[in-house]
Design a protein around this ligand. Structure first.
Ligand SMILES: Cc1ncc(COP(=O)(O)O)c(C=O)c1O
Length: 445
C-alpha cells in the first residue's frame, strides 16, 4: 500500500520511470506522448540535453543561498532575459517556486504599491468567474474556479468576480465578437464603481484562460478596454500568464497580442519547463520605483526565493526557446494541431468547440451541438476521455465544470514546443479515437 496521499486515493496513478523528448515511460514499459505537457509545463519536452547540462553544472557550483544575504548570476541573468522580452513598462522580476506563490506575490505587491503611494484604502481585487489563479488561499480567493473554491469558501478573503470572456457560450446571437468583448469588459467598470474606485487595488485575469475554460481566447479589443478602465480608475492590471505565457500561445506573453500591457505579470509552468519548480512575478517600473523611493523593500518572501538551481534550469529553458526559435515552432505546430483536430473532429456531434492559440488548445464537449447542452456531470466524460487517451498512449488534461464549475466537460492539449509533425499527428489520431471510445463507454453508443 502506498504511503503517498495521491490525488485519487482510490486509484493511484501508474509509476513513471523515465521520460525523453515528448514521451513518458511507465514501469510496465508503456510510452505516453505528453500531449498536455503535464499541466502545460513541459515546453521543451523531457531530457533536453542543454537543460540537463546546465543543471549538472549549477548543482556542482552553488546549491542554495538566502536572497536576504546573497544574489547569484542565474537569478540576475534570468531577470535580464525575461525583462528584455517583456512589454516596455516591465522592469523587474521576483522569483518564487510556483504559480500560486507568484499570484500571492502579485496581490501583496499591488496592496503594498498603494500603501507606498498614499492610497491605503485600496484593498479590493476583482477577477472573473471561470478562471484559476492557484490553490493557496489568496490565489484561490481571487480565482473564479467554482469547483476548486467550494470546500474552502469560508476561508477565502472577499473578492469580486465579473463575467469571463467566453464567446462560445455567452456571445448573443447577432452580437459581433467585438461588441460582446466590450459588453463583458464594461462589467469591470460597473464593479469598480459599485465597490468605490478609491477602494479597488487590482483586476486579475488570464489573457487566454487555460485549464478552467479550456483555452478560451479573449474577444478582440477586450483587454484594450480593460486597460482603459484600469487606467481611468487607477486600478492595477495583473495578467496571470502562468499557463498561457512563456511562449505557449506563440508570443512570449499572450497579452502582447491583445495590445494591452499589464502592470504585473505572473508566469510559472513553462518558465522552468518542469526541470525545476519555479514561478516569477514581473512588475512595472512604476511599481518598482514606488517601492524603491518608499519603504525600499517588498514586504514578502519565502525561504526558496530565487533558488539557484531553479533559476539555472529556467535560464537554460529560456535560452533554448529564444536561440532555437521555438516561438515559430509553437505557431507552426499549433496550426498543424488545430487543423488536424478540426479535420478529424470539427463535425463530430459531441465536440462543441475546438479553440485556443498556439500550442494551447481546448476541446469542449456537448451532448447536443445546436443547443450546446452539456453532458450529465456524473458521467465524468472528461475523465473517461483522459483514460481512453492514456490507453492509446497519449496524455491529455481533462477538466469538468467548463460552464459554471459543475456542468460542462473539456480537455486541454499543450504539447511540448519541440513536438514533431508525426508526434502532432499521433496526438490528433489518439484524441480522435479517445472521444468515440469514451462516448461508447459512458453512453453505450
Ligand atoms: C493560470 C494559472 N494561474 C495559477 C496557477 C497555479 O500554479 P501552481 O499550480 O504552480 O501553483 C495555475 C496552475 O494551473 C494556472 O494555470
Amino acid at each position: 500500500m502506498t504511503k503517498v496521499l495521491h490525488r485519487n486515493m482510490g486509484a493511484p496513478p501508474p509509476e513513471a520511470v523515465r521520460s525523453e523528448g515528448c514521451r513518458i515511460f511507465d514501469r510496465a514499459g508503456k510510452a505516453y506522448i505528453d500531449a498536455s505537457g503535464g499541466a502545460a509545463v513541459s515546453c521543451l519536452g523531457h531530457g533536453h540535453p542543454r537543460v540537463i547540462d546546465a543543471l549538472r553544472e549549477a548543482i556542482g557550483r552553488l546549491q542554495y543561498v538566502h536572497t536576504g544575504s546573497f544574489t547569484h548570476s542565474a537569478q540576475e541573468e534570468l531577470a535580464e532575459v525575461l525583462v528584455e522580452d517583456a512589454p516596455a513598462n516591465i522592469s523587474h522580476a521576483f522569483f518564487v517556486s510556483s504559480g500560486s506563490e507568484a499570484v500571492e506575490s502579485a496581490l501583496k505587491l499591488a496592496r503594498q504599491y498603494f500603501l507606498e503611494i498614499g492610497e491605503p484604502k485600496r484593498r479590493h481585487f476583482i477577477a472573473r468567474r471561470q478562471s484559476y489563479h492557484g490553490n493557496t488561499l489568496g490565489a484561490l480567493a481571487v480565482g473564479g474556479n467554482a469547483l476548486r473554491r467550494s470546500s474552502y469558501q469560508p476561508l477565502l478573503m472577499k473578492a469580486s468576480h465579473i463575467s469571463p470572456c467566453y464567446a462560445y457560450r455567452d456571445k448573443l446571437d447577432g452580437e459581433s465578437l467585438e461588441a460582446y468583448g466590450l459588453r463583458v469588459a464594461n462589467e469591470l467598470q460597473r464593479e469598480i464603481l459599485s465597490l468605490g474606485p478609491e477602494s479597488v487595488a487590482g483586476f486579475i485575469a488570464e489573457p487566454v484562460v487555460g485549464a478552467t475554460l479550456g483555452a478560451a481566447e479573449p474577444a478582440p479589443g477586450y483587454f484594450r478596454r480593460i486597460r482603459e478602465i484600469c487606467d481611468q480608475y487607477g486600478v492595477l492590471l495583473i495578467a496571470d500568464e502562468i499557463m498561457c505565457g512563456g511562449g505557449r500561445t506563440g508570443d512570449m506573453y499572450s497579452m502582447e497580442a491583445e495590445g494591452a500591457a499589464a502592470d504585473i505579470i505572473t508566469i510559472a509552468k513553462g518558465l522552468g519547463g518542469g526541470y525545476q519548480p519555479i514561478g516569477a512575478m514581473l512588475l512595472s517600473n512604476k511599481i518598482a520605483e514606488a517601492i524603491r523611493t518608499g519603504s525600499g523593500s517588498f514586504m514578502h518572501g519565502h525561504t526558496y526565493l530565487g533558488h539557484p538551481l531553479a533559476c539555472s534550469a529556467a535560464l537554460a529553458v529560456q535560452k533554448v526557446i529564444r536561440e532555437e526559435n521555438l516561438l515559430t515552432a509553437v505557431r507552426v505546430q499549433g496550426a498543424r494541431l488545430m487543423n488536424g483536430l478540426k479535420q478529424a473532429l470539427g463535425q463530430h456531434p459531441n465536440v462543441g468547440d475546438i479553440r485556443g492559440r498556439g500550442l494551447l488548445i481546448g476541446l469542449e464537449f456537448v451532448k447536443n451541438r445546436e443547443t450546446k447542452t452539456p453532458f450529465d456531470p456524473s458521467l465524468k466524460l472528461n475523465q473517461i476521455i483522459k483514460k481512453e487517451a492514456m490507453e492509446r498512449g497519449v496524455m491529455v488534461y481533462p477538466m469538468p465544470g467548463t460552464i459554471d464549475g459543475i456542468n460542462g466537460d473539456h480537455i486541454v492539449l499543450a504539447p511540448p514546443f519541440i513536438a514533431s509533425d508525426s508526434e502532432i499527428d499521433e496526438i490528433v489520431s489518439a484524441v480522435a479515437g479517445a472521444i468515440p471510445g469514451a462516448l461508447e463507454r459512458v453512453l453505450g453508443c
